[in-house]
Ligand binder design. Structure first.
Ligand SMILES: [Zn+2]
Length: 57
């Protein structure tokens, strides 16, 4: 039995609540990305960025 259709939690209470940082998106930000010493950014599955970042040449 598998009902894991995504990383969205329903009403799970916990200290680690972070939603997707994409403007307008209220999905659960299950993917955290820390860039250097900056605070990590959280994104949902749909908006998660490419990681590790592709090198720009
Ligand atoms: Zn999102």
């Amino acid at each position: 039995m598998s009902d894991e259709t995504g990383a969205i939690k329903k009403t799970e209470s916990g200290p680690f609540v972070h939603l997707c940082e994409e403007p307008g998106c209220k999905a659960w930000g299950g993917f955290g990305f820390a860039n250097g010493s900056a605070a990590p950014n959280w994104y949902c599955f749909a908006h998660r960025i490419e990681w590790p970042p592709a090198k720009r040449s």
